[in-house]
Design a protein around this ligand. Structure first.
Ligand code: LLP
Length: 436
C-alpha cells in the first residue's frame, strides 16, 4: 500500500517513518495514515475529470474518516465535502473548510441540523424525503435565505460488489423513489419555492464496488426520466451526483479499479446520454469516502496473550479490537496484517487475531499466516483508514486510539489518545452531593 516499505532493520516503514518509532512515541493501538496515498487517490479522481475537461466536484465523504486535520487535508487537495451530521458539519467549520463546498446528507435531518446548515451557509442540502422538503422549505422561507438542494433518488439498483440487482422499487430508507412518482412530486412541491433551488439529482448505489456497470445503469435510468421532468416542470438538473462507493483492496482477493478507471466510464455515460437527450452536460459530482482514505490507514497493535486450542486454532490477542475496528464483527470484513517489527521474517503458522473486548465475536482476523508472534510484537493491520476511527466506540470503556499522519519521514499527531477522564467527563453520580 502507498509508501510502505521494509527498512534495513526489518521494520515496516510508512511514509518514511519506522512504525516501531511511531509505537515508541504514541503507544498502541494507533491509527497511522499515509498522507501521500490520500493525495494520490484524490488527485486520481480529479485528473479523470480534468482530462475530460468537464465541470465537476469530488466531494470527500467525511463519514469514512472525519477529523479536523483530515478535513483540512481535503481542502488542501481541492475536494468538496459530504457531511451527514452537525458533528461532521462543525468539524468542517472548525477546519476552516470553505462551507460553500459542503453538502449535507441524511435521511432524518433534525431541525437543529438544518438550522446549522443555513447558519453556516453550506453549499447544498441533499433532500432525502418529503419531511426534509418541508423542513428546509420552511426554514429558507423564515430566514428569506436561499438554499441549493439536490434530490436524492432511490436508484432501484443495488450493488452487491460483483453484481447489480435491479430491484425496481428498491426497499431502502434513502431517497425518493424514481419510478413511482415520488421524484415528480418532490419537484412539484419545490417548483415555485422562491428560496429553495433544485440544483440537481443525487444517487448512491452502494459501497465497496469494483465495477462501473451499476453507475452506468443508474445514469441511464435517470436520463430516461429527464424529458418528462423538462416537459412537466421545465426542470433540467444542472448537477448529477452519482455518489461514492468505489472499492479498495483489503485483501489479495479484492481487485479495485484506479480512481480514473471508475470515473472515466461515468463521464462517458453521462456525456453519451446528454447528447442523446440534446441537453447540456450536467456538472458531475462524486462522493468517494473509502477510496480516498481506506488503503492509507494502518492500525498498529501490540501482541499480548495467546491461547492454543489444541489441533484447532491459535488465538493471538492484541490490545485493540472491535472498539477501534468494528468491521470484522459487523460485516465479516477481511483484513491483511504482518508483524511490523519483524516484517520479512518467514511465515511459520496460521493464527487468529483476537481483540480484547469481552465478546467472542471480537475477532479481527481469522486464520492468517504469520511468523510465530511473540509478546510485545507489533501487528500492523492494513487498509483500516475508512470506517475504522469513524466507527470506533467505547465498548468495555476502552478509550479511542490516537491518529498519526505520516509523510516524507515526518510524523504528526492529529488526534490525541482518548483518556479515561474524557470517558468519564459526562458521567454524573447517582445522588447529588446534597442528598448524600
Ligand atoms: N455518499 C453517500 C450518500 C453514502 O451513503 C456513502 C456511504 C458515501 C457517499 C461514501 O461511500 P464510500 O465511497 O465510502 O463507499 N460503514 C460501512 C460503509 C457505509 C457506507 C455508507 N455510505 C463500512 O464500513 O463498510
Amino acid at each position: 500500500y502507498g509508501t510502505m516499505t521494509i527498512n534495513e532493520r526489518n521494520h515496516l516503514e510508512i511514509g518514511g517513518v519506522d512504525t516501531t518509532e511511531i509505537v515508541r512515541e504514541f503507544g498502541t493501538p494507533v491509527y497511522v495514515y499515509d498522507v501521500a496515498l490520500i493525495r494520490e487517490q484524490a488527485a486520481g479522481f480529479k485528473r479523470a475529470f480534468e482530462s475530460a475537461d468537464i465541470p465537476y466536484q469530488v466531494a470527500y465523504a467525511s463519514k469514512a474518516f472525519s477529523t479536523i486535520a483530515m478535513v483540512q487535508l481535503a481542502d488542501e487537495l481541492g475536494l468538496s465535502l459530504d457531511v451527514v451530521s452537525s458533528g461532521e458539519m462543525m468539524t468542517a467549520k472548525k477546519a476552516d473548510f470553505p462551507m460553500e463546498k459542503v453538502h449535507f446528507h441524511g435521511n432524518n435531518k433534525s431541525k437543529e441540523e438544518i438550522r446549522l446548515a443555513f447558519d453556516l451557509n453550506i453549499g447544498c442540502i441533499v433532500l432525502d424525503n418529503f419531511h426534509d422538503i418541508a423542513l428546509v422549505s420552511k426554514e429558507a422561507a423564515k430566514r428569506e435565505q436561499k438554499m441549493d438542494v439536490l434530490l436524492r433518488i432511490t436508484p432501484g439498483i443495488e450493488a452487491h460488489t460483483h453484481e447489480y440487482i435491479a430491484t425496481g422499487q428498491e426497499d431502502s430508507k434513502f431517497g425518493f423513489d424514481l419510478t413511482s412518482g415520488q421524484v415528480e412530486e418532490a419537484i412539484r412541491q419545490l417548483q415555485h419555492d422562491s428560496y429553495v433551488n433544485i440544483l440537481g439529482i443525487h444517487s448512491h448505489i452502494g459501497s465497496q464496488i469494483f465495477e462501473t456497470d451499476g453507475f452506468v445503469l443508474v445514469i441511464e435510468k435517470i436520463f430516461q426520466e429527464l424529458p418528462q421532468w423538462k416537459e412537466k416542470f421545465q426542470f433540467v438538473p444542472a448537477v448529477l451526483n452519482v455518489g461514492g462507493g468505489f472499492g479498495i483492496r483489503y485483501t489479495k482477493e479484492d481487485e479495485p479499479l484506479r480512481p480514473e478507471e471508475y470515473v472515466t466510464p461515468i463521464i462517458r455515460a453521462i456525456k453519451k446520454e446528454a447528447i442523446k437527450a440534446e441537453m447540456d452536460i450536467p456538472e458531475i459530482w462524486i462522493e468517494p469516502g473509502r477510496s480516498i482514505v481506506g488503503e492509507a490507514g494502518t492500525t498498529l497493535y501490540t501482541v499480548g496473550a495467546q491461547k492454543e486450542v489444541p489441533n484447532v486454532r491459535r488465538y493471538v490477542s492484541v490490545d485493540g479490537g472491535m472498539t477501534d475496528n468494528i468491521r470484522p464483527a459487523l460485516y465479516e470484513a477481511k483484513y491483511e496484517a504482518l508483524l511490523a517489527n519483524r516484517a520479512k521474517d518467514p511465515v511459520e503458522n496460521t493464527f487468529s487475531i483476537a481483540g480484547k473486548c469481552c465478546e467472542s465475536g471480537d475477532m479481527l482476523i481469522w486464520d492468517i499466516s504469520l511468523p510465530e508472534p511473540e509478546d510485545e510484537d507489533i501487528l500492523a493491520v492494513f487498509a483500516t483508514g475508512a470506517y475504522g476511527y469513524s466507527m470506533a466506540n467505547n465498548y468495555n470503556r476502552f478509550t479511542k486510539p490516537p491518529v498519526v499522519f505520516v509523510e516524507n519521514g515526518q510524523c504528526h499527531l492529529v488526534v490525541k489518545r482518548e483518556t479515561i477522564e474524557d470517558l468519564l467527563k459526562n458521567d454524573l453520580p447517582l445522588y447529588s452531593p446534597e442528598r448524600v
